[in-house]
Design a binder for this molecule. Structure first.
Ligand code: CU
Length: 433
């Protein structure tokens, strides 16, 4: 078999194997980041997906064009690791993470303010967000809230399966322009985009083929008008002549090549000129793409009085039984009795038995808190959290093989009047192997 044939067979087998054996991706890298990064960076709380219809598994169904609203609170935690590229995070972006443009972001607010783009962020602050999403591409998708920080990366909160069902007439995305005309964002100007893409591609192909395709006679003369150029077949010569020498003297290029290149230059210039004249006359009114960047106002979460002070003392993970035990000393610094409402870390929310908290159903777990009673004002109490670690294993949140053996997250307390406040905890995980 010749080399070319061999390559062709390999390529064919490759394509065939992806067509036959590959299954659609069921995850999208949400568990690939180190556990300590996901636990120490963003604290997710009260994540809800509303709108559409829930099926018996708790998954959301919407038709194309219908809305689902994703709400929640993200805390940029003080436990943010200094080792992350952005030692002091200052620019953030709250968004969703899912399998491509399957829903459309219709409106996003952060701390009650419309937020089309990125925001200025600060460690220790809370960001209460709301994103209105419109079903776009039919299919079953996993949608997460995400928090990106410039220089560091993106972490994901708990997700929800959202099935977008095909609607009669498909998906349209109407937008009313300044001139009162309504357009469909799904295909607006698409023809022109295609025409310019294809023409530009063809110009590029002419250039590439001119310099590469075709064969030469044994004596080195081209077999056809664009027979294989020596620039490609003689790289040793090409490399040994000076940078600004076109190599006519050594037979690399010819007068004919110069003519051909000049013709391609003229054609490309005319192409760009036509494009420029077309856009200037077809779209006379336009504004540059806008940057809207600001620091969101404070939320009730930022100004809420602290109810408790905590001092974590033990984090112990038993690999065989997968039992996680955490001990924390809690001091009630408020004026009424308090109890633990939840412990939230990365995508998971642990709720004391008999308690209730808001989190997507797939990410809600129970934990045993002992003693279970309320802590009186001024009192310091040692609490033990017992957590079934299977959900941690499932979410790749057991950091036993990482550079930082640590458990972190937010412990949320509530008092008898319903006031809530959260405290960050971070405790080295006692290694046991
Ligand atoms: Cu997911």
């Amino acid at each position: 078999m010749t080399m070319t044939k061999r390559i062709a067979v390999v390529l064919l087998l490759g394509i065939a194997s992806t067509l036959v054996f590959a299954s659609p991706a069921s995850a999208h890298g949400e568990k690939s980041q180190e556990a300590f990064l996901r636990m120490r960076t963003i604290g997710w709380q009260d994540i809800t997906f509303t709108g559409g219809r829930l099926d018996e598994k708790g998954e959301t169904h919407v038709a194309q064009g219908e809305f689902v609203t994703l709400k929640g609170v993200a805390k940029l935690m003080d436990t943010w690791p200094d080792t992350l590229a952005a030692g002091q995070p200052d620019i953030g972006f709250i968004n969703i993470a899912t399998q491509g443009p399957v829903v459309m972001m219709v409106e996003r607010t952060v701390n009650g303010v419309s937020t089309p783009g990125r925001i200025e962020v600060e460690r220790g602050n809370f960001y209460s967000f709301e994103m209105k999403l419109m079903g776009r591409r039919p299919g079953r998708w996993h949608v997460h809230p995400s928090f990106a920080v410039k220089g560091a990366g993106t972490v994901l909160g708990p997700g929800q399966w959202v099935t977008v069902e095909r609607a009669d007439g498909g998906f349209t995305s109407p937008v009313t322009l300044y001139n009162g005309k309504t357009i469909n964002m799904e295909n607006y100007g698409l023809n022109m985009v295609w025409i310019f893409q294809v023409l530009g591609f063809l110009l590029g192909m002419v250039w590439i083929l001119y310099w590469t395709a075709g064969k030469r006679n044994p004596d080195g003369s081209p077999k056809s008008w664009m027979g294989g150029k020596r620039t490609v077949t003689n790289p040793a010569v090409t490399l040994s002549i000076p940078l600004n020498d076109d190599g006519v003297a050594v037979g690399l290029n010819s007068k004919r090549d110069h003519r051909a290149v000049n013709m391609m230059l003229v054609a490309t210039t005319i192409f760009l000129l036509i494009g420029w004249i077309y856009q200037a006359s077809a779209y006379p009114v336009k504004i540059p793409q806008q940057v809207v960047q600001f620091a969101p106002p404070e939320t009730a979460h930022d100004s809420a009085p602290q109810l408790a002070k905590v001092n974590p003392t033990v984090a112990d993970y038993e690999p065989d039984s997968r039992a996680l035990t955490m001990e924390i000393e809690v001091t009630n610094i408020s004026d009424s009795p308090i109890t633990v409402a939840e412990y939230t870390t990365s995508t998971l929310t642990f709720i004391p038995q008999g308690g209730s908290a808001t989190a997507p159903s797939g990410y809600q777990q129970t934990m045993q808190v002992s003693p279970s009673g309320a802590i009186q004002p001024g009192q310091t109490q040692k609490l033990t959290f017992k957590i079934d670690g299977n959900s941690l294993v499932e979410e790749h949140l057991v950091p036993t093989s990482e550079s930082q053996l640590t458990m972190a997250g937010l412990v949320v307390f509530k008092d008898s009047t319903g006031r809530e406040s959260s405290v960050e905890i971070e405790e080295p995980l006692r290694p046991r192997f």
